[in-house]
Write a protein that binds this ligand. Structure first.
Ligand SMILES: OC[C@H]1O[C@H](O[C@H]2O[C@H](CO)[C@@H](O)[C@H](O)[C@H]2O)[C@H](O)[C@@H](O)[C@@H]1O
Length: 659
């Protein structure tokens, strides 16, 4: 149980809530986010006096207690219209010319208003009643259950805000994170008391660099630098830094994730406690809690990437892993500090950080690079192999499984190009990515293992798409740049379709299926969603979307929607979306390819009157797998996207005619 008196009380409330209300739709985080209406002792004494039947508080008494003593979760962050929000800012996504996509982008842009908050004065006046931490400026929250600002999410939020021309809001987020460093020595996982014990992937310097590049704001750089130096010390401090001796006897220092926490995570205490039941000793349990909190520091909570046995979360061993993405981020932090100190004329610190970054680069090269795979990989430390705190490197301890994180160093191509291309064979890496199996139809999969954890297959996460796309787009080869564009387009498509289907932007997507959001993990899929919005806007800014619909060249004659999805009755409706160009024979699929389907062609559903029966043909694009033939999935996916666009276009034409 947490030692903070409010947290430990809220954990008691949380565990009683589970007992009183049962596990259906139970989210433990809700209870540790509740702001107190009264002082803590009054709430504790009322709670202790509640009637209990076999240790369980009856649901009606429990609910009355909640309303009497708590405000609603999230009510201590109040809605605040961002000062710099404009419905269509000047210069907004100028290369997005297609009106349907542009209108959608404006809707995504408008979501910033709904995610924008300010910490209420109540938190400043009586911090002891809140787990929410006071922050001086506007925040953008990820959305839904994530009612507070998050560290690494903020980088992609800021990328989107910059596309939205909301520089002041972007700077306010940075200043909030700086205030956390000033108070706690590091940026917290999120701005809640229960996140103080850990950080998240260090991307503050990258946020500042992006803002500086757009605004040239030297004052911002000056203000943030001391905090960045402090943050660097945190990531190279004893708990995070590890020394490893390579095969040639050279000692290298690299960093790992490690939380200062040996108890259940308060926001998920009921889950952690239940998982720990299979462990027998208190020390095994403490170490499990420690590993779980350390994994949350990685942002990849949870994933087979950290587990010895991918079906057993209690085998998580994050503190014994040297993660390739973390060291890429710290390398970038070091280079960014060097750039910033140079900007303000502090050449000696700038030079010092160049040297520091060179050492990290050499360490990454020696310990994390795998030339046979053409990938960077995580390295697993062997506890028994450390002599006086120095581990010996063993090539067999590299984790050679495919994870999207293995390609995160590519991101440096977009920022410090020379650093990568000097030493690594770009073609080898890009071929390795192409062969990895990670690039799926609608995005880059997090891993290849379908474990039910949310940072695994088939989930794709916006930040991972963005870093890899941005790296590929900055590569030398045209092929890599094309690959970047095609991943970006497919990612945008799937988010578009998901939005049209559900009315929301999602935290993660299923990369196998257009418009399907991701699942798995310990909480229900969330919407909002800060970093996904940010990445959509950043990618649209980078790649644009031309007038002539991009999807047409490939998806022209799209086609099928099931009326009845049962396999026995494979009844489909074919919509002909682009009726003006009659298809040639070559575009008609061999009849055996879809012979099991019965096609119905309801002409009243077809989009234009120029449709005529002789134009029923359609084009099959790409290869159709057996599964797709049976399920018709590919067609349905494309249909939704194409049909939505078509409908929208018709609506626009009608409006234009009216005007
Ligand atoms: O409540 C469970 C965990 O939730 C957070 O992690 C997930 O959401 C974050 C916000 O979008 C994101 O940064 C993280 O990558 C996700 O895995 C939280 O960060 C964890 O600490 C928390 O235990």
């Amino acid at each position: 149980m947490a030692t903070d008196p409010l947290l430990s009380f809220l954990q008691r409330v949380q565990s009683n809530a589970l007992r009183s209300m049962g596990p259906t739709n139970f989210d433990p985080k809700l209870y540790v986010d509740l702001p107190l209406k009264t002082d803590l002792p009054a709430a504790i004494s009322a709670f202790n006096s509640l009637p209990r039947q076999s240790g369980t508080i009856p649901i009606s008494e429990f609910n009355t207690f909640l309303t009497q003593f708590f405000e609603e979760a999230g009510s201590d962050l109040v809605y605040a219209k961002p000062v710099d929000f404009k419905p269509e800012p000047e210069g907004f996504l100028v290369e997005v010319e297609n009106e349907v996509v542009r209108r959608w982008a404006l809707e995504v842009h408008a979501i910033w208003k709904t995610l924008s908050r300010r910490v209420s004065d109540a938190v400043k006046i009586r911090p002891e009643r809140h787990t929410l931490l006071y922050l001086p400026g506007t925040v953008i929250v990820p959305g839904s259950r994530f009612r507070e600002v998050y560290y690494w999410d903020s980088y992609w939020v800021i990328r989107g805000l910059l596309a939205s021309k909301m520089y002041d809001t972007a700077k306010a987020i940075v200043f909030n994170l700086v205030s956390l460093i000033e108070s706690y020595g590091h940026v917290l996982n999120g701005a809640r008391t229960y996140y103080i014990n850990r950080s998240q992937p260090p991307l503050l310097s990258s946020m500042v660099m992006e803002i500086y590049t757009r605004t040239g704001d030297v004052e911002l750089v000056k203000r943030v630098l001391p905090a960045l130096l402090k943050e660097h010390s945190f990531w190279v401090s004893d708990i995070h830094q590890v020394t490893i001796q390579d095969q040639r006897g050279r000692k290298h220092c690299l960093s790992r994730y490690q939380a200062r926490w040996y108890q259940p995570r308060p926001e998920s205490a009921t889950i952690d406690e239940e998982l720990s039941l299979k462990l027998s000793t208190p020390s095994e349990k403490d170490s499990f809690y420690h590993e779980i909190a350390s994994t949350a520091e990685s942002g990849w909570d949870f994933s087979s990437r950290w587990m010895r046995n991918s079906s057993d979360l209690t085998t998580t061993a994050t503190t014994l892993i040297i993660p390739v993405d973390l060291n890429t981020f710290i390398f970038k932090l070091e280079r960014d500090i060097s750039t910033f100190t140079k900007i303000i004329g502090d050449n000696s610190t700038s030079q010092k950080f160049i040297e520091v970054s060179k050492s990290r680069k050499a360490a990454i090269r020696s310990l994390l690079w795998n030339p046979n795979l053409g990938q960077w990989v995580d390295y697993w430390l062997d506890e028994h192999d450390a002599h006086q705190g120095v581990y010996s490197w063993n090539p067999g301890s590299q984790n050679c499984k495919n994870f999207a994180s293995n390609f995160v160093p590519l991101w440096l191509l977009a920022h410090y190009k020379d650093q990568l291309t000097e030493e690594f064979d770009e073609e080898l890496i890009i071929n390795s990515l192409k062969k990895s199996g990670l690039i799926c139809e609608y995005g880059i999969a997090t891993s290849l293992s379908n474990t039910g954890q949310q940072w695994d297959f088939p989930n794709g996460w916006a930040p991972l798409q963005h870093m890899i796309i941005e790296g590929l787009a900055s590569a030398h080869s045209k092929e890599a740049r094309q690959l970047a564009e095609s991943i970006a387009i497919n990612w945008i498509k799937t988010n578009f379709v998901a939005y049209k289907k559900t009315g929301a932007i999602h935290e993660k997507c299923n990369v196998e299926s257009c418009g399907e959001y991701g699942g798995g993990g310990e909480y229900k899929p969330q919407t909002g969603f800060g970093w996904t919005n940010g990445v959509i806007l950043a990618l649209l800014e980078e790649f644009g979307w031309p007038h002539k619909d991009r999807y047409r060249s490939k998806d022209r004659y799209i086609a099928i929607n099931y009326q009845n999805s049962s396999v026995q009755k494979r009844t489909a409706i074919i919509y002909r979306l682009v009726p003006k160009e009659p298809a040639t024979d070559a575009t008609v699929p061999p009849s055996n390819q879809l012979s099991s389907f019965k096609y119905l062609i309801p002409f009243f559903l077809l989009p234009t009157s120029s449709m005529s029966p002789k134009h029923h043909s359609f084009r099959i694009f790409g290869n159709i797998t057996r599964e797709e033939r049976v399920t018709g999935k590919k067609y349905v996916d494309i249909l939704i996207f194409a049909f939505e666009l078509e409908k929208e276009k018709k609506r626009n034409n009608k409006n234009n005619r009216r005007n």
